[in-house]
Design a protein around this ligand. Structure first.
Ligand code: ADP
Ligand code: MG
Length: 292
């Protein structure tokens, strides 16, 4: 593209809330054929709400929620916020946590009022020698609704589950439709469970997913696609997404997301909506046409 056409695209992009880092990002974006989208905070609002707490025999649901929320006060994860807010809405007074640890891509562990508490996905339960399989049927029913289920262990025993729902952004379905019409292959990547991911993807007409992905795996997935000849853009919002945004031919950050994601990206969508990608694609095409 000529410096002039790049300036035009950059200026029009900025007006429409699409920040283009430089000419290289614009040129590469025009050649993209594959778009990886993070689920939480990119396709969805990223502000999950607590929808259910279920206790195993011998445990009380309010107590399970109290222990979970007390521990989650130490975490900055959106899932933690949902659980703390859910306890707050029920007027549950929280206890005292210590030895808090965040286990990346899995959950949190620590002690609450002297008891060992752990909260997270099935991987975390496995690591700690528990058996989440006991709740499989109920868990699957919730995941099929697109909910994210987390298990609570108390002193090593399965005490119950908490489940949250994160609505899809209003702008997501129409943006995906246009992106598909532009001929892009769309793949959803998420650290969330496969079943939950599939339910959300099905609602959005996305048929390729990579679920149960650990943060470090997102960049590797992109590398593999690139090795097969794909030219990959990745849209994400989280601290966890930064390495993948850097690995992609073009990283696309949600302006509503983490600073480190924005720093790793070639494009930033100020409003955090995917329709900015459609706009950016048109601007890139127009800029390149000027020189051909
Ligand atoms: P993503 O941001 O792609 O959804 P993460 O890697 O942050 O995924 O988390 C993956 C999974 O690990 C979550 O779906 C959840 O089950 C579990 N997890 C992560 N952090 C927490 C937390 N603070 N509390 C409970 N569970 C968590
Ligand atoms: Mg995210």
């Amino acid at each position: 593209a000529t410096p002039m056409s790049v300036m035009t695209a950059t200026g029009r992009g900025a007006q429409a809330g699409v920040l283009i880092r430089n000419a290289e990002a614009l040129e590469r974006f025009e050649k993209i054929d594959t778009l990886i989208v993070d689920k939480t905070g990119t396709l969805t609002e990223g502000r999950p709400k607590l929808v259910a707490v279920e206790a195993e025999p011998g445990f009380d649901a309010d107590e399970v929620l109290r222990l979970a929320a007390t521990l989650e006060r130490g975490s900055e994860h959106p899932l933690a916020e949902a659980i703390v807010n859910g306890a707050d809405a029920k007027g549950i007074a929280l206890g005292k946590a210590d030895a808090f640890e965040a286990v990346t891509g899995k959950g949190v562990t620590g002690r609450v009022d002297g008891r060992a508490v752990a909260l997270g996905n099935a991987r975390l339960v496995d690591d700690l020698g528990g058996n989440a399989g006991a709740l499989e049927e109920r868990t699957n029913a919730r995941r099929d609704q697109g909910e994210t289920v987390m298990f609570v262990l108390v002193d090593g025993a399965l005490a119950g589950l908490v489940s949250v729902a994160d609505p899809v952004k209003d702008t997501t379905p129409a943006a995906l439709k246009e992106l598909r019409a532009l001929g892009l292959r769309i793949i959803m990547a998420t650290g969330d469970n496969e079943r939950t991911a599939r339910a959300v993807a099905a609602r959005l007409g996305i048929d390729e997913i990579r679920a149960d992905v650990l943060p470090q795996d997102k960049a590797r997935i992109i590398e593999e696609l690139q090795a097969q000849g794909a030219r990959v853009a990745m849209a994400g919002d989280g601290v966890n997404d930064a390495p993948a945004l850097a690995q992609a031919d073009v990283g696309i950050a949600m302006g509503t997301g983490a600073d480190v994601a924005i720093e790793s990206a070639g494009l930033t969508l100020v409003k955090g909506n995917l329709d900015g990608i459609v706009r950016a694609r048109r601007l890139a095409r127009a800029a390149m046409r000027n020189i051909r």
